[in-house]
Design a protein around this ligand. Structure first.
Ligand SMILES: *Cc1c(COP(=O)(O)O)cnc(C)c1O
Length: 498
C-alpha cells in the first residue's frame, strides 16, 4: 500500500508543505551521502555510448510520481557514473570540490528563487552582490579616484565577453571602425577571447596572438612589436588581454609591463584572472598579481580556485561608468525614469541566479585567508609533485615547471625511438585507460603541436602520495602500451614472413 502521491500544488515549496519538501531534501541528501560514501574513484569509466543510452532510456512522458523512485532511476542514469572532483584521483580540469557554506547558500538561494535582475526581485541580494563586487575590487587595489564596479556572470567565458564588449564600445565611441579593431592576447590565452571577439562582430582574425616566453607568459617585448605592427597596418589595438593563470600552465603574464604597453597604445587592458583570481586572497602569493590594479577590467572565476559550485564568476571594471555600455531600459523591467538600483543595468543576462550568496557565506564562515590558504597549499603540492616527477620518473617528460596548480607532462619512455605520432597515440591512450579504470583522471593538451597530459590540482584533500599514485598509474599504462603499440604497428609483418 503506497501513500497517496502529493498533489501538484503540494510540490510548491511553501511553509505549508514544509514536512514534504524537508523530507524530500533529506531523501535526496541521503542518496547523495550514500553515493559519496561508496565512491572508489573519480569516475566509473562510463563511456559516452552507455551514458547516452541511460538517459535515452527514460520516458519523460511517464512520470514516476515519487521522488524515491525518481532518485533511484537518477542514480542509475547519472549519479552512479558522475565524476567526483573530491576524489584524490581526479586531476583533470579546473573543477574544485566545493565547500559546505557554498552548498548551503546555493540551497537557500534556489529555494527562494531570488533573481538578481531588478531590486524588487532581489532586495538585500542586490547589496550582497554589490558588497562582494566592492570587496573584490578592494582586493585588486585600484588607485583612487577609481569608482570600481562589476557584476556576477555565468563564468569566465561571459566575463571575458563583457570585458571585451566594454573595450569595443569604448573604442566605438572614439570613432574606431569595427573592422579595424584588434585584440591582442598571448598565444596561450583562453579560447573565449576569440569567441568573444567573434560574437562582438570583430571576426576571429581580429585576435592577434602574442608569443610567450619559456614559462608561457606573454613576452612583453613581443607585445610591443605586435602592437606596433597592428598600428602600422592601419588597425587599432582596442584591447590587450593579459592572462593571470593560463588554463594549461597557470602562467601569469607580466601584468605591469603589459599594462604599460597597452596604455601607451590607448588600448583597454582586460586581465583574465579566471584561474589565478584566488591569488587575491592568497596569504603567500598575492604578489604574483602585482599590476592587476592597472587593468580596466578583470575576470575572476569563483567556481575554480575559490572552491565554489558552478556557476560563479565576476567581471570587475575600474571605472563603473563603463558599464553603461550594457545598460538597456525596458518599460516592464527597469524604466529609465526609475531610481531603484537594478543589477540588470550592468549585466548581459536578465534573470540571473544569486551566485554571490555562496561567496558571501563562504567568506562569512571561513574568511578569505582560509580560502587563499587552500590555494597556497595546492601551489605547494604542485611544486612538490614537480620535484618528484623530475627526479624519480625517468619516463615522464615535463613541459614546464608549474606556475600555479597544474603540471603539464607526458609519458615518454626513456631510450625509446618513439616519434611524435606514436607519442601522441601513447599519451591519448594512457589518458583513456586512466579514465576507463575509474581510478584516476588527467586532462590532455597540446604544446607546440605535441601531445601532452595535464594534472590540474584543485583538491585540497589530495596528498603528494595521491598525485604520484595517478602518475604511477599512467606509467603502468605506458608500460602496457609500449609492449602493445609497436606490435600493433607491425601487425602485418608475421604474415609476410610466413
Ligand atoms: C576557465 C577559464 C576561462 C573560462 O571560464 P568558464 O568559467 O569556464 O567560462 C577563461 N579563461 C581562463 C584563463 C580559464 O582558465
Amino acid at each position: 500500500m503506497s501513500p497517496t502521491p502529493p498533489s501538484a500544488r503540494q510540490q510548491i515549496v511553501h511553509p505549508r508543505h514544509a514536512d514534504h519538501w524537508r523530507a524530500q531534501i533529506d531523501l535526496g541528501l541521503d542518496r547523495l551521502q550514500r553515493r559519496m560514501a561508496g565512491m572508489t574513484g573519480p569516475s566509473t569509466g562510463c563511456p559516452p555510448t552507455t551514458a547516452e543510452a541511460l538517459a535515452g532510456g527514460v520516458d519523460l512522458d511517464r512520470p514516476l510520481g515519487d521522488l524515491g523512485q525518481a532518485l533511484t532511476e537518477l542514480e542509475r542514469v547519472w549519479l552512479d557514473d558522475a565524476v567526483w572532483f573530491a576524489d584524490p584521483g581526479y586531476a583533470a580540469h579546473l573543477n574544485p570540490p566545493v565547500v559546505a557554506p557554498a552548498l548551503v547558500a546555493d540551497c537557500l538561494s534556489t529555494a527562494m528563487n531570488t533573481s538578481m535582475d531588478t531590486f524588487d526581485q532581489s532586495v538585500g541580494a542586490t547589496f550582497i552582490e554589490r558588497a562582494l563586487v566592492a570587496w573584490t575590487a578592494s582586493r585588486i587595489g585600484w588607485a583612487q579616484p577609481a569608482a570600481p564596479d562589476g557584476v556576477f556572470t555565468s563564468g569566465g567565458t561571459q566575463s571575458n565577453l563583457q570585458g571585451l564588449l566594454l573595450a569595443r564600445d569604448t573604442a566605438r565611441e572614439a570613432g574606431v571602425p569595427l573592422d579595424r579593431m584588434r585584440v591582442l592576447c598571448s598565444a596561450d590565452a583562453h579560447f573565449s577571447v576569440s569567441t568573444g571577439a567573434r560574437l562582438l562582430g570583430l571576426g576571429a582574425d581580429a585576435v592577434v596572438a602574442v608569443p610567450v616566453d619559456r614559462r608561457h607568459r606573454m613576452d612583453p617585448d613581443a607585445l610591443a612589436v605586435s602592437l606596433d605592427a597592428v598600428t602600422e597596418a592601419g588597425d587599432v589595438p582596442i584591447a590587450v588581454v593579459a592572462t593571470a593563470g593560463t588554463t594549461d600552465f597557470g602562467a601569469v603574464d607580466p601584468l605591469s609591463e603589459v599594462a604599460r604597453h597597452a596604455r601607451h597604445h590607448g588600448a583597454w587592458l582586460h586581465v583574465d584572472a579566471a584561474y589565478g583570481g584566488a591569488l587575491l586572497v592568497s596569504p603567500r602569493h598575492r604578489d604574483r598579481l602585482a599590476g592587476i590594479e592597472l587593468a580596466d577590467s578583470v575576470t575572476v572565476d569563483f567556481h575554480k580556485t575559490w572552491f565554489q559550485p558552478v556557476a560563479c564568476s565576476l567581471l570587475l571594471v575600474r571605472d563603473g561608468d563603463s558599464l553603461r555600455h550594457v545598460a538597456w531600459h525596458a518599460d516592464y523591467l527597469n524604466p529609465p525614469e526609475g531610481t531603484d538600483p537594478h543589477q540588470v543595468d550592468k549585466s548581459l543576462q536578465t534573470t540571473r541566479r544569486f551566485d554571490a550568496l555562496k561567496v558571501w557565506l563562504t567568506l562569512r564562515v571561513m574568511g578569505a585567508d582560509q580560502v587563499g590558504g587552500l590555494l597556497d597549499d595546492l601551489i605547494d603540492l604542485a611544486g612538490r609533485a614537480h620535484a618528484a616527477l623530475s627526479t624519480e620518473y625517468p619516463d615522464i617528460e615535463i613541459a614546464a615547471p608549474p606556475e600555479l596548480t597544474t603540471l603539464v607532462f607526458r609519458c615518454h619512455p626513456l631510450h625509446s625511438e618513439l616519434g611524435e605520432p606514436e607519442l601522441t597515440e601513447l599519451n591519448q591512450e594512457v589518458r583513456q585507460r586512466l579514465y576507463a579504470s575509474g581510478a584516476a583522471m588527467v586532462a590532455a593538451t597540446r604544446v607546440d603541436g605535441r601531445q601532452f597530459l595535464k594534472l590540474t590540482l584543485l583538491n585540497p584533500l589530495a596528498t603528494l602520495e595521491d598525485v604520484l599514485a595517478i602518475v604511477d598509474r599512467a606509467c603502468g599504462a605506458m608500460a602496457e602500451l609500449t609492449t602493445e603499440l609497436p606490435r600493433a604497428h607491425r601487425s602485418v609483418e608475421p604474415a609476410e614472413v610466413g
